[in-house]
Write a protein that binds this ligand. Sequence first.
Ligand code: HEC
Length: 156
Amino acid sequence: MFKKILLVLLIVFILMQFFQPEKNISEITPTTDFIMMNNPPEEVAQILQTSCYDCHSNNTKYPWYNKIAPVSYFLASHVNDGKKHLNFSEWGKYNIRQKAHALDEIIEEVEHRKMPMTSYISMHEEAAMSNEEITTLTEYLDRALGMTELQQERAH
Ligand code: HEC
């Protein structure tokens, strides 16, 4: 009995490998990309790319284990969910109000160490942010938020 269950599970597992989710990989760097548009200091760009872009842009750098279902489904759901909330590749499509709101949210998530997700850091040590990196990023984003709010006031 036990052997039969194992065999069924094994077959299901093998079949699963033929049905993989679509990958989040875009060949082009869009002109609406946050880094393209704002040209932040190299350090800031580096932090965003290393710690956030896998789930919040149109380009994910996949680890080898993404080849294995159901892990691939688990990762795809994180990426889809992350992109729904925030997509740095589509930054230029946000209006001023949305940008201000997003910047505010990003600063808060980073300051409270809610992002990048803990489960992600456990698999990507390089994505963990030091206190210095958090300060570098949030100081830059605070300035960007200040400028966006100014623009917002002028628009009224
Ligand atoms: C492993 C994937 C992953 C990584 C890496 C990641 N995020 Fe997220 N992020 C998510 C998911 C999934 C959500 C939506 C669910 C949630 O809020 O937990 C989210 C939500 C957010 C939100 C919206 C919160 C809200 O309440 O609407 C912000 C802002 C955010 N992330 C910023 C960042 C920043 C900045 C980084 C890099 C420092 C980052 N994330 C790294 C997956 C990720």
